[in-house]
Structures are given as C-alpha cells and as structure tokens.
Write a protein that binds this ligand. Sequence first.
Ligand code: HEC
Length: 153
Amino acid sequence: MTSKLTVLLVLVAGSAAWGASGIAALQPAPAEELTDKVRGFLKKEMRLLADGGRVIEQALEANDSKAVAEVAAKMRETFVHKDEVTTLDLRVLQAVLGEDFVARDKAFHDLARKLELMAKNGDITRQRALFGQMLEACAVCHKAYAPDAPVLE
Ligand code: HEC
C-alpha cells in the first residue's frame, strides 16, 4: 500500500513538474517581445556592458583605478544617452518591458556612476564591492527579463 502510494505521488509530482516547465518553455522571455530595432539597441548595450565588465574585472585585479573610471564612464553613458535612441524607442521599451525594467536600468547606470566616482578617488576596496553589486544587478535583471542571457562569460 505504502509503495503504491509512493509511486502515485512520484507520478503526480513528476507530471506537475513536467507541466510547469512545458508552460515556461511556451512563454517567450519578455525581451523577445520588443521590436527588432529596440531589441538591437538593447543587445548592443548589453554587449558593451559585458565587454566593459570584463575590462573592469582585470583592471581591479591590477589595482588600476584609472582604467576602472574610464570604463565605468562608458557603461554609465550607454543606451539612454545615445542620439539614435528616440523617445519613441524608449516608449516601446517601457511599454513592452514595463516601468520596473526602466527603473532597474536607471539604477544600474547609477551604480556605474558611483563606480566611476570611487575609481576617481582611488579606493580599490570599495570599487570591488560596488562592482560586485553591479554584477548582481546584471543577474537579477536577467532573471526577470532574459533568463538565458549570460553575464560576463
Ligand atoms: C535592466 C536590466 C538589465 C541589466 C541591469 C543588465 N542586463 Fe543584460 N540583458 C538584459 C535583457 C533584457 C537582455 C536580453 C536582450 C535580448 O535578448 O533582446 C540582456 C542580454 C544580455 C546579454 C546577451 C546579449 C546578446 O547579444 O544576446 C549579455 C552578454 C548581457 N545582457 C550582459 C549584461 C551584463 C554584463 C550586465 C551587467 C554589467 C547586464 N547585462 C545588465 C537586461 C539587463
């Protein structure tokens, strides 16, 4: 009796898990709903962030605050300040991904600004801690909007 019940429970739990992953697979990641143009901008921004992140990682290892400040400034400037991005594009981004996405993106750029300031002051320990926070922000945002997106690898 116990073993039959166990088998039944395993079957039920198994099919529930299969059902849940089936549903998840059918739903596209939110970023896939963007227009090609806006998605193109976003991907370009992301590649710049990934390249910048790798350079900062090395610069921190080498205690090179000057390089950190330069790259953090580039990361801070990406996307929103680009002339090619029109108000309409930003509206698309906001409409598809929501206010929360825009707020996260803004918060991320604020972190880049802070890192730039710290790097200019030369405090390497605080730069390392802040860079850790930035990488966490990458991962948290990806989890919500693009679960398959890599961070620095
Ligand atoms: C505000 C949210 C957000 C933050 C913060 C963020 N990302 Fe992303 N990232 C995205 C989204 C959304 C995509 C998916 C883009 C797509 O597929 O259209 C993405 C995709 C990527 C990709 C894949 C790009 C491609 O060509 O497909 C890389 C690499 C990446 N991010 C790196 C980073 C790194 C590194 C950081 C932090 C330094 C970061 N991202 C921070 C939202 C974010």
